[in-house]
Design a protein. Sequence first.
Length: 174
Amino acid sequence: MFKHKILLTEEQIQRRVLEIADRLNLDYADRTLDIVCVLKGGIVFLSDLIRLLHIPVRIHFLRISSYGNETQNAGTLNLHFSYVADLENRHVLLLEDILDTGITMDYLLKHLTEQKPASMKICVLLDKPYRRKVDIRAEYVGFEIPDHFVIGYGLDYQELGRNLRYLAILDPSE
Ligand code: PRP
């Protein structure tokens, strides 16, 4: 495994995921929530979060990638596939592992708004607000993190590390 240093422990993440779930349970009480999970990074967060929700939930998936290198979103996006059912009049939560430049979320918001949902909000585990290139803000944020390449809890380096139960900073030597 790549050399790395723990940034957020499993306990810290689980505690925060529970806090977010508590807020969602309140904010969407008496509603059904349609969660759109962006693959692949969002799956671990999604699976922990939905099991803490008491409200009715539908889940959808889509896969999108940029043509940039591993650390930089170049701004050209490719929507590979979308298992997103009809969102018209639904309360939609877009769920991501990390909000970085915001280019991916900006694209998805515009794309999914065409389906005329009743509401659409963003939920991310991690946020790097100082990296933003477009004006996007998430309503639900787990942690603001410093500008390091991070792996674990769904996030990868060269497709490895997603299964780590904690979040870690990749050693620059890698
Ligand atoms: C990451 C992350 C978001 C996007 C955020 O995806 O999961 O989708 O980058 O970056 P942005 O705010 O600069 O647009 P990545 O391309 O690494 O795919 P993965 O989730 O499959 O690892």
